[in-house]
Design a protein around this ligand. Structure first.
Ligand code: SF4
Ligand code: SF4
Length: 336
């Protein structure tokens, strides 16, 4: 069941990332909201899945003073030989431990922001939006989990003349989508897997609602002034989404239903930079030992996408790939 929070005035924000070149046109500021409606097994932001603020412990910064244990009213912390054990069934995410920790070893992931403060914060970046053709992207998690806030935030930005983008996984109610869509100048829509059973296996849900919402977004674009652009993004996950049949199937769906509205289809290479995040959250990650794709892997997948029936000019591979031995030698040589 979807549990969307329709409060307009405040939201739990995971992170504000400045100078992003990956979340839409130009240089952007991306606001990541906490809370997601999917649970992708490869998720690169596991700290974004829960809508609640969460704490984690960074052992290398801890000086062992136990201040955090003293201030925790829920008795959720125990310092063991293996490190700080956080009893997550007790922790309320109040953040007292993080506020008092002298070593900044306790980190609070997620902070409540009031809408006016957040608008003022991102408006500070107006200079680089204007010189680069960029703007603000609202992402997650899934922004529709806090749809009332997301819509009001995008509306305020539009009223200030700023370019806005909505980054969505599409797994949300039509009501939540409608609250945000009208105020987004463009939509970045994740389309991960075309087969419903495989989608359910890797994300916890089939893709019926997602495909229905994608068709709805396309119709909305055809009949409204805004949004006026649609990018499809497919994460390239080895053994899951980076599979020929999946790429061909997504391409055929886009070619058949969306060719008049999709401006760009991004194939986003898998990365494993989130390994430590899983460890800090005491979670196992199914892709912990999965290597990056090579450039050759991405080239072959890109060719598959380009020959799937879409306009080949809209297909763009993005992200880092694994260096091959010859390239590593070259890099080491260049560094000497
Ligand atoms: S307050 Fe910070 S430095 Fe002190 S024991 Fe707790 S985590 Fe470690
Ligand atoms: S966030 Fe609050 S409840 Fe959770 S461990 Fe820290 S002090 Fe305790």
């Amino acid at each position: 069941m979807l549990t969307e929070n329709l409060n307009n005035n405040q939201a739990t924000i995971l992170e504000i990332v400045r100078m992003s070149t990956e979340d839409g046109p130009g240089i952007r500021t991306t606001v990541f909201l906490k809370g997601c409606t999917l649970n992708c097994s490869w998720c690169h932001n596991p700290e974004s899945i829960s809508i609640k603020p969460q704490v984690c412990w960074v052992g290398s910064r801890c000086i062992g003073c136990k201040t955090c244990i003293e201030v925790c009213k829920e008795n959720a912390l125990t310092l063991t030989e293996a490190g700080m054990w956080i009893d997550r069934s007790r922790c309320t995410g109040c953040g007292d431990c993080a506020a008092e920790c002298p070593g900044t070893a306790m980190e609070l992931m997620g902070k409540i922001w009031q809408i006016d403060n957040l608008v003022d914060e991102v408006n500070k970046d107006r200079a680089y939006f204007e010189t680069s053709g960029g703007g603000i992207t609202i992402s997650g998690g899934e922004p529709a989990m806090q749809a009332g806030f997301a819509g009001a935030f995008l509306k305020s930005l539009r009223e200030k003349g700023l370019h806005t983008a909505l980054d969505t996984c599409g797994h949300c109610s039509r009501d939540a989508l409608n609250q945000t869509l009208h105020y987004a100048a463009m939509v970045l829509f994740d389309l991960k897997l075309i087969d419903p059973k495989t989608h359910k296996k890797f994300t916890g849900h089939d893709n019926k609602r997602i495909l229905d919402n994608l068709l709805y977004v396309a119709d909305y674009i055809r009949s409204h002034v805004y949004p006026n652009a649609l990018w499809i993004r497919t994460p390239m996950i080895p053994g899951a989404t980076a599979v020929f049949e999946n790429i061909a199937g997504i391409g055929q769906f886009v070619a058949k239903n969306l060719s008049d509205v999709v401006d760009r289809w991004e194939l986003c290479a898998f990365n494993n930079l989130c390994r430590d995040k899983y460890l800090r959250l005491d979670q196992k990650w199914a892709f912990h030992h999965t290597e990056l794709l090579t450039k050759e892997d991405m080239d072959v997948l890109t060719e598959e996408a380009k020959s799937s029936g879409v306009n080949p000019e809209i297909v763009f591979p993005t992200g880092s790939t694994r260096l091959q031995p010859e390239e590593m030698k070259q890099e080491i040589g260049d560094g000497l």
